[in-house]
Structure formats: structure tokens, C-alpha cells
Design a protein around this ligand. Structure first.
Ligand code: UD1
Length: 356
């Protein structure tokens, strides 16, 4: 059996990393990289650190408007699928790369496996939500991360025989790399004190608009008067700040995006994480770091329901009031001691479901 895996962004590389060795054991495996992320710190560093094989094909699509970016992926992937004739195409998550990979395969009547199937924010303004819905409705094997995801799929009328509840592969990636990550010197390099700083990431398109971003940055700047904040600045956010003329508050410590091991180490030793990223919510859950989610909803409800993560929204007022409430030592201690329902083994279960 031949399996083609299509990936192209930082979160896909990380979340597929524990599956790739298993796929190579069980199948003739072909790895295709779309090139949606292409800079060293958003892409190649993860291949290096996670010991992944170089892609067999690269599509080199780069950045563009969504239609153009998706179109380039479809037209460059189709000849590869025609040539390699896979029995199944695997995609992960909610990016344009995953959607284009799934759509291209489905149109050629190639079965599609979708890892992280069934996540929903119920906010159709998000490009990610549209990508997920399209993918789940064209995929043949829906690899869901939790019961909520499974319920979402059933509620959309998807047939139960297509769904397998396998768990979340990001937890496997953390489990495999956590010890190694503890050797990182990032805390010293950034000159912060373990347990005494906040890590901040911010990049979702709904948060990087001219209506939303200025208020968020103003709130975070005020918060930085009281807490040391390390901001791992995503290229999209850097570009948005430049184009809206937003000045970075002086007391926020800005860093380039970090590699995987440095990120795990920095988040594990942080007092708390502030983020709108999906992957980091789960990584923080696995590392035991309380998280203030800079959104109004999340697809990773289980950590909120467990009482470890909280939604604080994305406005100036909501961020400041959420932070003042949840960053109090007693409130933080409660979040930190919440029993996080963390399960490993998703990668093995997903690959086993693909063999069946
Ligand atoms: C994409 C995904 C998002 C995921 C995120 C993780 C979609 C619709 N969005 O968003 O779901 O959470 O990846 O990072 O697929 N850029 C660089 N270097 C790079 C990559 C991007 O400088 O290596 C810049 C470009 O200016 C680009 C911008 O970042 O315009 C945004 O990149 P893009 O691929 O559009 O999406 P992300 O915001 O990264």
C-alpha cells in the first residue's frame, strides 16, 4: 500500500512527526511539502530537530492570497498523485495545505485520511474552520482527537463507520521530546527566570486584523508592566503590525519564532502561556502550563473543561480583566493543579486505522 502525506506548515510538521516513522514502517511512504511555510525557523528547523526525512516532493507554493495559494497547491500536487498512485493520502489539521491536499486526492478518487478531524470553533469567519469542514466532508477516514470532535462529526451527519477516535498526536510529540527539550538553554539565552515569565504567541487571522490587533497589543503592553512577557513573534503578526503602524510596546521581550525544543522548554518553565495557537494549547496541557487563550472559542475544549486553560477573549478589556483575574497566584495554582486528561498513543492508533 502506498501512502502520500501532504504537509506544509509548522504545526503539521510537528503533529505528523510521530506518525512519519510508523508510516515508513508500514507503507511505501511518500512525503510532499507544499512550501506554505518556507523560512528556516518556520519549517526546516523542525525537520532537523525532529529527525524527519527530507520531503520526496516540494511544491514551493509560498505565501499568497488564499485562492492563489490553494490553486498552486492543487495544480502542483495533482501530477504527483497521478504519478505515484497512492492508495491513501494523509493530511492533518486545518491549514490551506491540508485542505488542498485532501481536495486534490478526493477529486482523483483517492481515499483521504484526516488527522485531527472534527475540531470545530463554530466560527465560519476563520479560514481554518472552512478548511476543516471541507476536509471532513470529503475524507474517508476521520481520525478524531477526542469525544467532542467525534460528536461534531456525527452532528454533521458523517457516517460513524468513517470515524476513529484516536487522540491527539501532538501529545505523542511532546512525550517523545520533553526530556531532550529540558537540555535547551533558551531560558538563559532569553535571560528570564524559570517560573517568573509569561510566553505569548499570536497569529490567527481573526486576531491580526486592523480592528482587533491594536487593542490586543495595547493590553499586552500594559500587562508587561506587571509581568515579564516573552513574545514569540509569528511572521504574519510581524507583517500585520508593520502594515498597521503598530509599535511594539517597549517592555515586551520579542523573539523570533523558536525551534521546537526551545519552545517546549520555554513553555514548560513559564508561569503561564498566552496564546491563540491550537497546537500550543495542547502542548501546554501536556507540559502542565496554565494557558490563557486569546480567543472567544476553542476547538480544544477538553483542557478548558478540565479547568486548566481559560478563554480570555481578544479585546483590550477582556484580556486585561482575564489576565488580572487568572494570573493571581491562587487562581494560577488552581489552574495548574487541574487534572489534565492527557493521553498518548494517538499516532500508533491513527496509523493502525490506516492499515485496516
Ligand atoms: C497557517 C495556517 C494556520 C496555522 C498557522 C501556523 C492556513 C489558512 N493557516 O497560518 O491554520 O495555525 O499556519 O503557523 O493555512 N511567512 C513567512 N515565513 C514562512 C511562512 C509564512 O514569513 O515560513 C509569512 C508570510 O508573509 C505570509 C504570512 O507569514 O504571508 C502568513 O503565512 P500563511 O501561510 O498565510 O499562514 P499562517 O498565518 O502561518
Amino acid at each position: 500500500k502506498t501512502v502520500v502525506t501532504v504537509l506544509g506548515t509548522r504545526p503539521e510538521i510537528i503533529k505528523l512527526s510521530p506518525l512519519i516513522p510508523l508510516l515508513r514502517e508500514r507503507f511505501r511512504h511518500i512525503l510532499v511539502h507544499s512550501g506554505q511555510h518556507y523560512s528556516f525557523e518556520m519549517d526546516a528547523v523542525f525537520f532537523e530537530e525532529l529527525g524527519l526525512p527530507a520531503p520526496d516532493y516540494t511544491l514551493g507554493v509560498g505565501s499568497a492570497l488564499h485562492g492563489e495559494q490553494t490553486a498552486r497547491m492543487l495544480s502542483r500536487l495533482e501530477p504527483i498523485l497521478l504519478e505515484t498512485k497512492p492508495d491513501m493520502v494523509l493530511v492533518q489539521g486545518d491549514t490551506n495545505t491540508a485542505m488542498a491536499g485532501g481536495l486534490c486526492a478526493a477529486k482523483l478518487n483517492i481515499p483521504v485520511a484526516h488527522l485531527e478531524s472534527g475540531g470545530r470553533s463554530f466560527n465560519r469567519q476563520m479560514p481554518e474552520e472552512l478548511n476543516r469542514i471541507i476536509l471532513d466532508h470529503i475524507a474517508t477516514l476521520l481520525l478524531a482527537a477526542d469525544e467532542t470532535a467525534e460528536r461534531n462529526l456525527l452532528a454533521e451527519g458523517l457516517p460513524p463507520e468513517r470515524i476513529r477516535m484516536v487522540g491527539s498526536s501532538v501529545i505523542d510529540a511532546v512525550a517523545r521530546n520533553r526530556q531532550h527539550a529540558r537540555r535547551s538553554t533558551i531560558v538563559q539565552r532569553l535571560e528570564v527566570t524559570p517560573g517568573d515569565y509569561l510566553v505569548l504567541t499570536l497569529h490567527r487571522s481573526e486576531n491580526t486584523t486592523p480592528a482587533v490587533l491594536p487593542g490586543m497589543i495595547r493590553a499586552l503592553g500594559e500587562l508587561a508592566e506587571e509581568h515579564t512577557i516573552v513574545f514569540l513573534l509569528h511572521p504574519r503578526t510581524a507583517a500585520a503590525m508593520r502594515s498597521y503602524g503598530i509599535v511594539m510596546p517597549r517592555n515586551i521581550r520579542v523573539s523570533e519564532p523558536l525551534g521546537y525544543l526551545d519552545t517546549l522548554c520555554l513553555v514548560e518553565q513559564a508561569r503561564a502561556l498566552l496564546t491563540d495557537s491550537g497546537g500550543l494549547q495542547e502542548e501546554a496541557g501536556a507540559l502542565g502550563t496554565p494557558t490563557l487563550i486569546l480567543r472567544n472559542e476553542t476547538e480544544w475544549r477538553y483542557l478548558v473543561d478540565a479547568g486548566m486553560h481559560v478563554l480570555v477573549g481578544n479585546t483590550y478589556e477582556s484580556i486585561l480583566s482575564g489576565a488580572r483575574r487568572w494570573l493571581q497566584p491562587a487562581a494560577l495554582a488552581r489552574l495548574r493543579s487541574a487534572p489534565a486528561p492527557i493521553r498518548t498513543g494517538a499516532s500508533e492508533r491513527a496509523v493502525a486505522a490506516m492499515v485496516d
